[in-house]
Design a protein around this ligand. Structure first.
Ligand SMILES: *[C@@H]1O[C@H](CO)[C@@H](O)[C@H](O)[C@H]1NC(C)=O
Ligand SMILES: *[C@@H]1O[C@H](CO)[C@@H](O)[C@H](O)[C@H]1NC(C)=O
Length: 226
């Protein structure tokens, strides 16, 4: 009886080990937009993510960032400012799959414009003011919105287009956790009309069903990279 039980436990363990090894056989998730292979490792800049420091040389400062008490300057075209603490600014985040942002919004319509994070889900908490927030699903596009006040939390699922608009007459402040050391941000208007070099008119006039002069106008605007 005991022997059969032990065999059962051993078989279960082997099955779990087999499942784990299958899961580990997948390619890792990308930690940056792309990582073109090179043949000479001496010419490499990073692997997937950053190279690791010798753990014996790590210091408390490697795990510290200061300055999120400071408001970002919102005197720009959209009236918002994102201060992102990702692996570039907090080296200890490397390989940990998390980062943090402070977002400031100017009174009367400060906007964190529609954007996506290709590598992260975002969870946001309002600590000052009132924000109208939302995200749009993959096709067919369905909009989910909510007006948030102090203490309210909202989650923007990975990859989906989302935004936050200040709907009060005071400045607003939010903090957001992101599930990547390097979430990446694609600001929709900036990516489409502010790319370098510019996207061909034939692509944009047909995609947006507008005249060439509308595309010209949009391409001449300055698009902040929030
Ligand atoms: C955000 O605020 C910082 C600090 O005030 C400033 O240096 C930066 O230019 C601002 N960014 C934008 C897009 O306005
Ligand atoms: C904020 O940015 C604006 C525009 O760049 C600039 O004129 C202003 O001095 C900045 N404010 C602070 C407090 O740095």
């Amino acid at each position: 009886m005991g022997g059969a039980y032990q065999m059962h436990v051993a078989a279960t363990f082997l099955l779990l080990a087999a499942i784990a090894s299958i899961a580990a056989a997948f390619d890792p998730s990308p930690l940056q937009d792309f990582c073109v292979a090179i043949d000479d490792p001496k010419l490499g800049v990073f692997v997937n993510g950053k190279f690791c420091k010798d753990p014996m040389q790590a210091k408390a400062d490697d795990f510290t960032f200061s300055g999120l008490d400071m408001a970002g300057n919102t005197s720009n075209a959209v009236g918002s400012n994102v201060t992102l603490v990702n692996v570039d600014r907090l080296k200890g985040l490397n390989t940990l799959g998390i980062s943090l942002a402070r977002i400031d919004y100017a009174p009367y319509g400060g906007l964190n414009p529609p954007h996506t994070h290709p590598r992260a889900t975002e969870i946001l908490v309002v600590v000052k003011g009132s924000l109208y927030v939302g995200f749009v699903t993959s096709n067919p596009p369905k909009l989910f919105t909510k007006t948030l006040n102090v203490g309210d939390v909202f989650v923007f699922p990975i990859g989906l287009i989302h935004f936050q608009l200040n709907v009060a007459d005071t400045n607003a402040i939010a903090f957001a956790g992101l599930s990547s050391q390097n979430p990446g941000t694609i600001t929709i208007a900036n990516a489409i009309f502010g790319s370098d070099p510019a996207i061909n008119h034939d692509v944009l006039t047909k995609a947006f069903q507008v005249d060439k002069n509308v595309v010209d106008y949009l391409q001449k605007q300055f698009w902040p990279e929030n």
